[in-house]
Ligand binder design. Structure first.
Ligand code: MF3
Ligand code: CO
Ligand code: CO
Length: 276
């Protein structure tokens, strides 16, 4: 059985209990989330053919530095970059490098700034130049699945309701949901209880209560759901080399639904895509 604890009374380590946060904590997450969202907005103008993912990483580090924030991924469990850049069939945790992006690529950029101790964790897909219709559709499906997951994130529902909403929609669109990575509690810790699976059954998992803060970050493949991690220990790719996409928001459960901490201030939640 899961137990819930007032975040103010909980030790700063993952104890397996679900933290419930107060209004001041929500304000901290709002500030961190908005800084991350502003960075992801700026990246919309930077991502184009010829740009390297290392240049993207440099921008993320410098934007953080200019705003009093550090990237949470830097020296996290041996990871040495400020962001994850996952291109085409890379599912997540792509390591920035000197290889230029090419026309037709799709790239997920995942940024987590630590601002005043709070972790603003969010990612978006960016088309590079002109992309194929299949890639565009995958991005649309993935974004829509995140919104459906967020719509299910309200008191009385469970984590399984979120996963079920995402899975039924994605599979109905003949795409697949990655099982090997999940959303997570977030706040003063980067990765905390609970796990938020992007598949599941209604009513399963744990009950959502006001004050919970976590990410939803579905990874969706055009082909089969299976992934493997490359020998660098990080880069996760689709086993069938099909295209993969991901969007991530950090949210907080409110009495009547949820607040998204990482919404785009510039209306660039789905950068470079024609509005639906
Ligand atoms: N930002 C990722 C997430 O959404 C985690 C990246 S951890 C890293 O949870 F070490 F790979 F950077
Ligand atoms: Co996350
Ligand atoms: Co992330």
């Amino acid at each position: 059985m899961v137990t819930y604890i007032d975040a103010a009374d909980a030790p700063l380590k993952n104890t397996g209990q679900v933290r419930l946060y107060g209004p001041e904590d929500f304000e901290g997450m709002r500030k961190a989330g908005q800084l991350t969202a502003r960075c992801l907005d700026e990246l919309a103008a930077i991502v184009k053919p010829g740009v390297t993912t290392q240049e993207i990483d440099d921008f993320v580090f410098e934007f953080g530095e200019a705003n009093g924030a550090l990237p949470a991924t830097l020296n996290y469990r041996g990871y040495t970059k400020s962001t994850c850049t996952s291109v085409n069939h890379v599912v997540c945790h792509g390591i920035p490098n000197e290889k230029p992006l090419r026309d037709g690529d799709i790239v997920n950029i995942d940024v987590t700034y630590i601002l005043d101790g709070w972790h603003g964790d969010s990612s978006r897909m960016y088309p590079v130049g002109k992309i194929k219709r299949a890639a565009e559709r995958l991005i649309e499906v993935t974004y829509e699945s995140l919104l459906l997951g967020i719509a299910a994130a309200k008191p009385g529902n469970t984590t399984g309701d979120i996963g079920h909403a995402i899975q039924t929609y994605v599979e109905g669109e003949r795409c697949s949901v990655v099982r090997d990575f999940c959303g997570h509690g977030v706040g003063r810790l980067f990765h905390d209880t609970p796990n938020i699976l992007h598949y599941g059954r209604p009513g399963e998992g744990i009950e959502l209560k006001p004050g919970m803060i976590f990410t939803i970050e579905p990874m969706v493949n055009l082909g089969r759901p299976h992934v493997k991690v490359l020998s660098d220990g990080w880069t996760a790719v689709t086993r069938d080399r099909s295209l993969s996409a991901q969007f991530e928001h950090a949210i907080g459960i409110t009495p009547d639904g949820c607040e998204i901490f990482t919404t785009s201030p510039g209306g660039l939640d789905k950068p470079g895509m024609t509005p639906a």
